[in-house]
Design a protein around this ligand. Structure first.
Ligand SMILES: Cc1cc2nc3c(=O)[nH]c(=O)nc-3n(C[C@H](O)[C@H](O)[C@H](O)COP(=O)(O)OP(=O)(O)OC[C@H]3O[C@@H](n4cnc5c(N)ncnc54)[C@H](O)[C@@H]3O)c2cc1C
Length: 352
């Protein structure tokens, strides 16, 4: 009998499995072929909220834990998946300069926000109000990370199929699924959680993000541009651009309106022509109260959930998976902000 059966292999499933591997616990993964949010994301690893010049919730804690995990993964796989790249934050108005300067002096933020406001003219990017630099941040190559991880698992361990909820048998101290036996099951399904018969009571709202891949000759690959949207280097002349944010449409299909919005933002920022080479969309697993969803099912003690990574799966996935592991293995309490107990009343009264 294995330790766990994991359903889904985006950032949540990967990080949980990676934690198990480190703890020398074995597992199965059942994952479908859909790309989910992770394989479509920009990969930006940034602990700050640039809109408000503040630190994200427990930003430094999550950031440091994430960096350690990606570095360890790189060592293990003898390759690089994290690239440190500054973020150039372009201002929309001169009054933002003061807000930046104040934030850049604050404890915690001063590790990332560099004080100078740059006014250098560039041939490629419009910078009417200048920009400032966020240092020590960067980009994780998510697809590469997930592919590398999967590559070393056997076909018996990584099973590519849509999980059939009807085939799950829940016993007192174990679960079984089509002949596979494990002590517990951890659902890491992203927005797919909506179809999960045990955890769909949780208020996962979901928010759609549309993005582009563009070819823009001469645009810098030495920084991530943040100005209306993120422009993240992929390779020379090729960039990921995004993303839109809407809660109304929950289909992972790109739309004309989404594309037009992205193009208009790009036209406002870039001085150079660009060619669209790909347009995609995915649903972020966002939660009503904007905090992750970790914990055990109220009735079945070997059914667990790892979800709600929202807009920051790259940064939060590593530490959250360690918290969940400690909760499952050592009964260590989860921080109240992430524990699904906070939605216990939704379970008894699913209409909420
Ligand atoms: C456009 C966009 C840009 C983003 N940019 C960033 C960014 O720059 N930085 C950042 O930190 N975050 C970013 N995010 C957010 C980030 O992508 C998410 O936080 C993260 O990917 C969520 O990971 P997950 O594993 O929970 O979900 P997912 O990545 O969606 O993975 C869940 C997987 O489980 C599979 N699955 C579901 N149900 C089943 C089932 N029944 N059987 C089998 N398989 C199943 C799904 O197909 C999917 O592959 C972005 C998101 C979007 C949409």
């Amino acid at each position: 009998m294995k330790h766990s059966l994991i359903v889904g292999c985006g950032l949540a499933g990967f990080h949980y499995a990676n934690t198990l591997q480190k703890e020398k616990k074995d597992f199965y993964i059942i994952a479908d072929q859909a790309e989910g949010a992770s394989r479509n994301a920009g990969g930006v690893l940034n602990p700050t909220v640039l809109k408000r010049y503040t630190m994200a919730w427990k930003g430094t804690l999550f950031f440091d834990a994430a960096l350690a995990v990606y570095k360890q993964f790189e060592k293990q796989k003898h390759t690089s998946v994290f690239k440190e790249l500054p973020i150039h934050h372009y201002f929309n108005q001169a009054s933002d300069h003061n807000n930046w300067s104040v934030a850049a002096q604050k404890e915690g933020l001063n590790r990332f926000l560099l004080p100078p406001i740059e006014h250098k003219e560039s041939n490629t990017v419009k910078a009417k109000f200048g920009y400032a630099t966020l240092q020590k941040v960067g980009k994780v190559e998510i697809k590469k990370t997930l592919d590398l991880f999967k590559q070393d698992l056997s076909k018996d361990q990584f099973i590519e199929e849509v999980f059939d909820y009807n085939a799950l048998e829940i016993h007192k101290d174990a679960i079984s699924y089509k002949g596979l036996k494990a002590k517990n099951i951890v659902f890491c399904e992203g927005y797919g959680l909506k179809k999960n018969p045990w955890f769909s009571y949780l208020p996962l709202t979901g928010s759609k993000g549309e993005f582009l891949h563009i070819r823009a000759k001469g645009l810098t690959t030495k920084a991530i541009i943040k100005g209306g949207l993120f422009i993240v280097p992929i390779t020379k002349d090729l960039f990921w651009v995004g993303a839109s944010f809407t809660r109304e449409d929950k289909t992972p299909k790109p739309t004309t309106a989404g594309k037009d919005w992205l193009i208009s933002k790009l036209n406002k920022r870039l001085k150079i022509p660009f060619e669209i080479v790909y347009h995609g969309a995915a649903i972020r697993p966002t939660v009503q109260d904007r905090r992750p969803l970790l914990g055990v099912h109220p009735q079945y003690k070997n059914l667990f959930v790892f979800n709600g990574l929202g807009t920051r799966g790259v940064m939060m996935g590593p530490l959250l998976s360690q918290w969940l592991y400690a909760f499952i293995e050592s009964k260590k309490e989860l921080p109240t902000e992430v524990a699904i107990d906070r939605f216990e009343t939704y379970f008894s009264n699913p209409k909420k």
